[in-house]
Design a protein around this ligand. Sequence first.
Ligand code: CTP
Ligand SMILES: C[C@](O)(CO)[C@H](O)COP(=O)(O)O
Length: 244
Amino acid sequence: MAGLLSRLGRKQKKTVRAVVVVAAGSATRMEGIDKVLTPLADVPVLVRTLRVFQNCDEIDEIVVVTREDLLVEVSQLCKAFALDKVSKVVVGGKERIHSVLCGLREVRQDAELIAIQDGARPFLTQEVLGEVLEKAEATGAAAPAIPVTDTIKRVENGLAVETPDRSSLFAVQTPQVFEAGLIRAAVEKAVEEGVALTDDCAAVERLGMKVSLTQGSRENIKITTPLDLFLGEAILDARDGRVL
Ligand SMILES: Nc1ccn([C@@H]2O[C@H](COP(=O)(O)OP(=O)(O)OP(=O)(O)O)[C@@H](O)[C@H]2O)c(=O)n1
Ligand SMILES: C[C@](O)(CO)[C@H](O)COP(=O)(O)O
């Protein structure tokens, strides 16, 4: 009987999943607008991003990484919007990868899967999130992506030198989700070696590991330039107030 109960207990053990939301950038491409605190239909971009994880039963902990000057404001926002899965709000670093590392160091030690999310991507849906969590649990590393629609050129000195086959090109989004030990090791190594990386999958790829891609969404945009705020309002209008 004791053996059976212990086996049942083991079967029911739930994977602990955490997310690091990086929001410590300086928004240089936003022409002076602080994008993560900008309200979209009265709710700050960062709060919209955090709500997706707050509302996801699969997520146990949220660590928010912010700039030192926004530490108090971001902590207050988390309280005001009842984001009670947020366990810590911590200060980030110079580049995105440094902020990721600051967040990873604060994630609970028993987390088995860690998602890394841009604070500036407020339109993630539960569907995209669910699929990437499931894939990462099965394979160790996964990220949502969409096929590129423009033709991409490799450029040298202002001249097009190569046109890669578009059918093999995808734009990767966040959340990027990994087995905890893998992403901790990959990011520590990338920072130690001072390599410039624009996403977290690249840190894992450098270790020779494969990252699976799942279905992203054209609505899962990153607020990067002021135009994206108009696009964001249009996405919200199209959703008609529904939380997806
Ligand atoms: N040192 C940094 C740089 C970026 N980010 C975060 O990483 C996400 C994606 O980065 P990006 O869109 O480039 O944001 P910024 O760095 O703020 O923008 P820019 O590159 O225009 O300065 C954002 O949520 C941003 O806050 C971060 O936490 N720490
Ligand atoms: C991680 C990312 O959002 C994947 O598309 C992107 O690479 C971040 O780039 P940024 O220059 O820091 O915005």
